[in-house]
Design a protein around this ligand. Structure first.
Ligand SMILES: Nc1ncnc2c1ncn2[C@@H]1O[C@H](COP(=O)(O)OP(=O)(O)OP(=O)(O)O)[C@@H](O)[C@H]1O
Ligand SMILES: [Mg+2]
Length: 245
């Protein structure tokens, strides 16, 4: 390893114990201040890669460096998790408190803020993600899109230095997706976003990678392709951005 990176993966290989084929092969990747998109087929190992970065899965081979130090074991990953906000693919894995304010204030309370401070931080973050007035709503009764935004608020309330967002636009309507683009732009943080939505990634990320048979491959820039399609139903006018460099 030469330069010190915020997070660096060195020769990561991952193999689920019960599975014959390795999911990830020889992944080398560093993140500092970039905005990165990760796109790839279902089951290609995208979420697995995030779980390895967060220390939720231990790589079969290879090392994870955090600020230049190799980390392994849950105590060392705690220091990484303090600075890296991870949005789970499924919001139900992220939310566990009865009310929205309790979920969003949980992180700041854990970091040592007083109840009053935690409540203020949580209220401000809920406002930022467009959920003003949701403080006392029952978390498990929220819609899928509302849960996604609350889950995002729970990580933003911890003042992260890097975001790992696993399919953040799932369940979001087009307007809320646009709002998410604006929120991310406003945060001015580095992040890696897993998504199946090319347009969303084009708007939010500067570099795009895919997982191809377990290998992390950088996508070429400005790949133009013809795109014509017909919607079988639907009378709501809309347009698609033209592909272009
Ligand atoms: N605990 C496990 N044991 C064995 N195989 C697993 C386990 N968890 C996931 N897998 C398999 O590993 C592969 C990669 O899963 P992963 O969730 O990383 O894919 P993904 O790229 O995030 O897919 P999606 O786009 O559907 O979210 C899949 O084939 C999945 O079935
Ligand atoms: Mg996934």
């Amino acid at each position: 390893m030469s330069a010190v990176h915020f997070i660096e993966l060195e020769n990561i290989r991952y193999h689920f114990p019960a599975d014959a084929r390795p999911i990830l092969h020889n992944i080398n990747f560093a993140i500092d201040r970039q905005t990165v998109g990760l796109i790839g087929p279902n089951g290609s190992g995208k979420t697995t890669l995030f779980h390895i970065i967060m220390g939720l899965l231990k790589p079969t081979e290879g090392k994870v460096f955090f600020k230049g130090e190799v980390i392994s074991g849950s105590d060392q990953f705690k220091t990484l998790r303090r600075e890296v906000g991870f949005l789970f693919q499924s919001s139900d894995d992220q939310l566990f408190s009865p009310t929205v304010i309790e979920d969003v204030a949980f992180g700041p309370l854990n970091l040592g803020h007083t109840e009053e401070e935690a409540r203020q931080i949580a209220t401000a973050v809920l406002d930022k993600v467009g959920l003003k007035g949701f403080e006392n709503r029952i978390t498990h009764k929220l819609s899928g899109g509302e849960k996604k935004l609350v889950a995002l608020a729970t990580i933003l309330s911890m003042d992260p230095k890097l975001l790992l967002l696993d399919e953040p636009t799932n369940n979001l309507d087009p307007e809320t997706q646009s709002r998410l683009v604006a929120i991310l732009d406003d945060l001015n943080l580095p992040y890696i976003i897993i998504s199946h939505d090319w347009d969303f990634l084009a708007k939010t990320t500067a570099e795009l990678y895919t997982l191809d048979n377990g290998h992390l491959v950088k996508c070429r820039e400005g790949h133009i392709h013809e795109h014509r399609h017909i919607h079988p139903y639907g009378n709501r006018p809309h347009h698609h951005k033209e592909a272009g460099p």
